[in-house]
Design a binder for this molecule. Sequence first.
Ligand SMILES: CC(C)(COP(=O)(O)OP(=O)(O)OC[C@H]1O[C@@H](n2cnc3c(N)ncnc32)[C@H](O)[C@@H]1OP(=O)(O)O)[C@@H](O)C(=O)NCCC(=O)NCCS
Length: 177
Amino acid sequence: MAVTDLSIRLRPVADEDDLDMFRRFCVEPGLIGLDWRGFQDVQRVAKRFAEDGFLGERDGRLVVDAGGKRVGFVSYTEGVYAGRGPYFEIGIALLPEFRGRGIGWRAQAMLCEYLFTHSPVQRIQAGTHAENVVEQRSLVKAGFQLEGVVRACEFRDGAWRDGHLFSRLRTDPAPPL
Ligand SMILES: CC(C)(COP(=O)(O)OP(=O)(O)OC[C@H]1O[C@@H](n2cnc3c(N)ncnc32)[C@H](O)[C@@H]1OP(=O)(O)O)[C@@H](O)C(=O)NCCC(=O)NCCS
């Protein structure tokens, strides 16, 4: 499937099949990639859907749809710097069979457009792992810049590890999709 054949869009979580995809990420070791943190409670998925459809103002998820197929999800979580600097931190996970086709960077660029359009936030950030070169490239293609290395910021896979912090500001140029 060439990327030019795909129409990529973000959409709200809609049905039980979407929830099943989220449940898979909770219990299939490594499906989510380096962010695997052990088994997660699958019951939280339905609870959250019932609560607000994963469309919270402070955090939420959207399904990534490519060519009419459910291929993964993007997420956003609000944070605040120094009490007055709200920002969103975004995340993404695609199902393995849909990786490496140009979907990931486009979905993250689309999420930025969505958040900049529907909230006044000035800054969107994304953290990734030192060894996640694909996500680093994907973020740069989505208009992000590397800000630096955050030392020993996450406990993952048995050790404290550094993270790479990227950001895109409202005033940064948006990449052509
Ligand atoms: C990280 C992820 C979102 C990237 O999305 P993707 O659709 O696979 O990547 P894209 O096709 O958009 O490619 C983005 C860039 O990475 C490159 N790339 C893609 N797959 C690659 C691979 N296996 N090896 C090297 N480079 C690769 C692409 O060529 C492109 O760069 P280029 O245009 O300079 O060549 C996706 O792979 C994924 O969901 N991985 C598992 C979860 C994860 O790691 N999430 C991020 C956690 S911080």
